[in-house]
Design a binder for this molecule. Structure first.
Ligand code: RAM
Length: 524
């Protein structure tokens, strides 16, 4: 197993203040709303449900304030759908004047399991601090409790750890002020005659909406930051829905504002307290900066932005070319050098090679718009690398592209090679059909890669199969209770998490929002 962590010693950042201030000026307006819970629920064990838990309605949440609670009592509220925002409530003492502080625990969950399994059971490799719970002391009652942190949730559990023997508490006006930078009024209605696709479209849009904050976040529960692989897909979904194109522009400028001293673009950014690039650089994600700029230009024809960001976009390709060996194949290694997907045993070489080719094709198009003298060089490189790929990574007997020293055959390699259009259209179609019939063991684990599978099916002219796949995957997630689409989903292993526990998975995740793009763009 490879480690999924990078720590760069002596990272030197080449800050471009002009780009950073362009990004600052594009800070979005927020759309706010006040939402109240629908029901008081209990969470019951049911092995037929995802993670083994399901919510059962006890009564309407309108009755909440008629109850009072003492030491050891708890109440779980269901808001009926996924929300991102700030929780507040009035706390009313009942009985004698409060002669001791109230000790309260508040737990937020996107999924029923987060209400049922104590977070103390989590022992995965990423920080437990992502699990959304607070313990607080309240000295003054009656009063309003306004939690300062933004949460991502559908369920809230309130546990009274202690009051005193003389008083109990009641909760009134419990509500969430939701926040997003997406304006739903900008989304056009589509007349989808297929109810399953219609529902998938709606859940995709809600997913994107909840991830749209000051930047396109990957997940409002976790990691709450801007990742390039996620941004690329969010931006595509955005062009077909909210059309908040300035937010894409802002994110591109943020990345461009903090490359390292070699010109490498970081895989993700922190934006507070000020803009900081993470010390994680991924081969595929850096190239997706260039691809995202290409898509942005296609959607907006914003030549000024293209002209300003072109040198860095080109630089990502140049840097990727430096990783080729003498044969023209990307050098593989054991570290977390390229992301591709979360499959534990996935070899990254062939899919990374394909992403390089895919990106060069788009960079050539940008070079043409820019009238750049790099165009010829890029065309020569493309020819050389495509040839090398066929010679060294194509296995004619297997009918598949192979990856790494052990010649691994994975779904991800074939899918990305199809997008890279290394084979002629007919052979490309055969490759994808062969993939569907052979079903190699190294499968896909994220909606991120399923997106590229569905789009590859469309690319090779298999629209019907694309729709079937879309329904089988995202439709199944809805059947499993998704209000917003999840970060991880393996229909054959619904407990899957690369982090050591599904408690920490994100259940509203940017890279899962693309069905709306696929449905609308390709008129599925
Ligand atoms: C995870 C996040 C993010 C993704 C990275 C590579 O930590 O889910 O969305 O882009 O992996």
């Amino acid at each position: 197993m490879t480690a999924h962590i990078q720590k760069v010693e002596n990272q030197v950042i080449d800050r471009n203040e002009k780009f950073i201030s362009t990004a600052e000026n594009l800070k979005p307006e927020f759309v706010k709303d006040t939402v109240t819970p629908t029901n008081i629920v209990k969470i019951e064990e049911n092995s037929a449900k995802i993670h083994g838990w399901e919510p059962k309605v006890i009564e309407s949440a309108d009755n909440l304030s008629s109850y009072d609670y003492g030491k050891g009592d708890e109440v779980i509220l269901d808001f009926g759908t996924h929300l991102v925002g700030y929780l507040s409530m009035n706390i009313i003492p009942v009985g004698s004047p409060p002669d001791a502080p109230l000790h309260l625990k508040v737990t937020f969950g996107e999924m029923p399991v987060e209400m049922a399994v104590p977070f103390s059971e989590y022992n995965g490799w990423i920080s437990s601090s992502w699990l959304q719970e607070e313990t607080l002391h309240i000295d003054v009652m009656p009063g309003i409790l306004e939690l300062p942190r933004r949460y991502s949730f559908r369920y809230v559990k309130i546990e009274v750890l202690d009051t005193s023997k003389k008083y109990r508490v009641a909760f009134e006006n419990l509500q969430c002020e939701t926040v997003t930078s997406a304006d739903v009024n900008r989304v056009t209605e589509i007349h989808q005659f297929d109810p399953v696709l219609d529902q998938i479209d709606k859940v995709s849009i809600k997913t994107l909406q909840d991830c749209m904050q000051e930047v396109f976040e990957d997940g409002p529960k976790r990691d709450r930051r801007l990742w390039l692989g996620d941004l690329r897909l969010q931006a595509l979904a955005n062009y077909e829905t909210f059309q908040t194109n300035d937010l894409v522009k802002r994110c591109l400028y943020l990345f461009a504002g903090v490359p390292d001293n070699k010109g490498r673009i970081s895989a993700n950014l922190f934006i507070a307290p000020s803009l900081i690039p993470d010390d994680t650089y991924l081969f595929d994600y850096s190239l997706l900066f260039t691809t995202t700029l290409f898509d942005y230009y296609e959607a907006t024809k914003d030549t000024n932005t293209l002209a300003e960001l072109w040198p860095l976009a080109y630089r990502q390709v140049e840097l990727a070319l430096e990783r080729l060996d003498d044969k023209g194949i990307v050098i593989d290694d054991e570290s977390w050098w390229s992301f591709i997907d979360w499959h534990e045993d996935l070899n990254k070489q062939a899919p990374s090679q394909a992403i390089l080719i895919y990106t060069i094709r788009r960079t050539i198009e940008l070079a043409k718009v820019m009238n750049s003298d790099k165009q010829l060089f890029l065309e020569e490189q493309l020819q050389r690398i495509v040839k090398a790929t066929i010679t060294h990574l194509w296995d004619n007997d297997k009918g598949f592209f192979v990856s790494g020293a052990k010649h691994q055959v994975s779904w991800a390699s074939q899918i990305w090679m199809a997008h890279a259009e290394v084979l002629e259209p007919d052979a490309n179609r055969k490759l994808i059909l062969h993939l569907l019939s052979e079903k190699p063991d190294i499968g896909l684990t994220t909606p991120y890669m399923y997106h590229y599978l569905v789009e590859a099916l469309i690319l090779v002219g298999e629209k019907k199969k694309a729709v079937a796949q879309l329904k089988a995957y995202w439709g199944e997630m809805i059947k499993d209770g998704a209000d917003t689409f999840w970060e991880l989903y393996d229909p054959d292993n619904k407990d899957f998490s690369p982090y050591g526990s599904y408690l920490i998975n994100s259940y509203c995740h940017a890279w899962s929002c693309t069905p709306t793009y696929l449905i609308r763009k390709y008129q599925l």
